[in-house]
Design a protein around this ligand. Structure first.
Ligand code: GDP
Ligand code: MG
Length: 435
């Protein structure tokens, strides 16, 4: 019990304030987590320094746990770095809307073209495809096969003339009253002049409404470099991230978004036709954090946490009048928010360290029982709890006198520690003021 108590006391005292020291430490952990998720170094650095600034800005507020407050700040920063809102494709006032699909070979252009056609069809549009990857007959066949599965017409020609296919497809679309034309183009292994030229010329010829750049998220840093080069040369309108079904954590998304400053419009997560989705910055932020439902937990925690109580608690800590009643209140707060393990796991970097360690919700039960068996008077003034009272409390709570002794001893030590910490903080702030 005593080590369990110790850690519980520690976590309570740790809630008092986000000190500069644990901000720096946590920020470092977060940066590591971002790099692990494939976020490029520069982006991770600027993101974490923004987080640090915000966290220190909130320093005065006692929080449920600093970890939660951090997770929330990081999450908000990520969402904002990813573009905040979902961005739709633009539709032309005069049909057809022409969407040009560009990117390296193998990035998933042909697959995406067909998927987008299906997606638009499901939205009530009347799309058509054009096979402007004229260099390999297999490319045209691939598009035809996919298109026939989703029952969308494809325009193609026998000659190797990408411009002509595109131009013809526009008049075809008009004739057939197709309101969206998706043009699949040829990619190369690497960015080269010819490919860029061709895309630019098709774009001009057909007066494309939208140029979407398709990039394989699994290629990590290469994806970022390719995006940069494409953007410089063809100034596309939006990004499509493919192959997000792999084990990549999506860090490429945030890097690309920040390097080219263009919205990510769609993500692709498989080879099947229905594995396409508009890009939602909030979902991607969650994926990058790699913590699934953490954000919900954090929000829940914040909702349930009474700020007024937090401030009261802080002033109590500062004046060293924190008593067992307050401690009990803290325990209840923590319990309201879900299991201890979930809570601890929310702190970035902690879930790994935690591994299979047992932190069960029963850990604090004896402590709760003991405090429960005390009178209000005793909770407020633990020093009055002497021999006979200890025995009564032990009996009432189904614990032993020894456990009651332990709790009181630990509580006393914690208060001493807090007193020292408060003094140090005051001294620290005074020093700060001298600078
Ligand atoms: P293109 O050369 O840019 O036209 O690329 P393709 O559309 O031919 O795709 C290249 C390969 O990647 C094909 O085997 C596709 O089935 C596969 N592919 C495309 N998109 C995805 C995706 O989102 N996830 C996965 N796992 N595979 C994909
Ligand atoms: Mg292709």
């Amino acid at each position: 019990l005593s080590t369990k108590l110790e850690s519980a006391f520690k976590s309570v005292s740790g809630q008092a304030r986000l000190s500069d020291i644990n901000v720096a430490e946590t920020v470092r952990e977060i940066r590591r987590a971002l790099l692990d998720a494939d976020v490029n170094y520069e982006v991770a650095r600027s993101l974490t320094s923004a987080v640090k600034e915000k966290a220190l800005g909130q320093g005065g507020l006692a929080s449920v746990t600093p970890g939660q407050q951090f997770t929330k700040i990081v999450y908000d920063e990520l969402v904002s770095a990813l573009g905040q809102e979902q961005e739709e494709i633009t539709f032309s006032q005069v049909p057809p809307t022409v969407i040009l699909i560009a990117g390296l070979q193998g990035s998933g252009k042909t697959t995406f073209s067909a998927k987008l056609a299906k997606w638009l069809k499901d939205q009530g549009k009347n799309p058509m495809l054009a096979a402007a990857d004229v260099y390999r007959p297999a490319a045209v066949d691939q598009l035809r096969t996919l298109a026939s599965d989703i029952d969308v017409p494809v325009h193609s020609i026998a000659e190797k003339d990408a411009l002509r296919v595109a131009k013809e497809a526009v008049s075809e679309a008009k004739k057939a009253a197709r309101d969206v034309l998706i043009i699949d183009t040829a990619g190369r292994m690497h960015v080269d002049e010819h490919m860029m030229d061709e895309v630019s010329r098709i774009r001009q010829t057909v007066n494309a409404t939208e140029v979407l750049f398709v990039v394989d998220a699994m290629t990590g840093q290469d994806a970022v470099n390719t995006a940069r080069q494409f953007n410089k040369q063809i100034d596309f309108d939006g990004v499509v991230l493919t192959k997000l079904d792999g084990d990549t954590r999506g860090g490429a998304a945030i890097s690309i978004r920040n390097v080219v400053d263009k919205p990510i419009k769609f993500v692709s997560t498989g080879e099947k036709m229905d594995t396409i989705s508009p890009f939602y910055p909030d979902r991607m932020a969650q994926r990058i954090l790699g913590m699934g439902d953490v954000v919900t937990l954090v929000e829940k925690a914040q909702e349930q946490y009474d700020e007024v109580q937090a401030r009261k608690l802080q002033s109590k800590l500062a004046s060293n009048s924190f008593n067992l009643e307050d401690f009990y209140g803290q325990l209840q707060q923590i319990k309201k928010m879900g299991s201890m393990k979930d809570l601890v796991g929310m702190i970035p970097g902690m879930s790994k360290q935690l591994g299979d360690a047992e932190i069960d919700d029963d850990t604090m039960k004896p402590v709760e029982a003991i405090i429960n068996s005390m009178t209000i008077e005793e909770r407020r003034n633990p020093q009055i709890i002497k021999g006979s009272r200890r025995k009564r409390i032990a009996q009432g709570s189904g614990t032993t006198v020894r456990e009651v002794n332990d709790l009181l001893k630990q509580f006393g030590q914690m208060k001493k520690m807090m007193k020292t910490m408060t003094k140090m903080n005051k001294a620290g702030r005074a020093m700060e003021g001298l600078k």
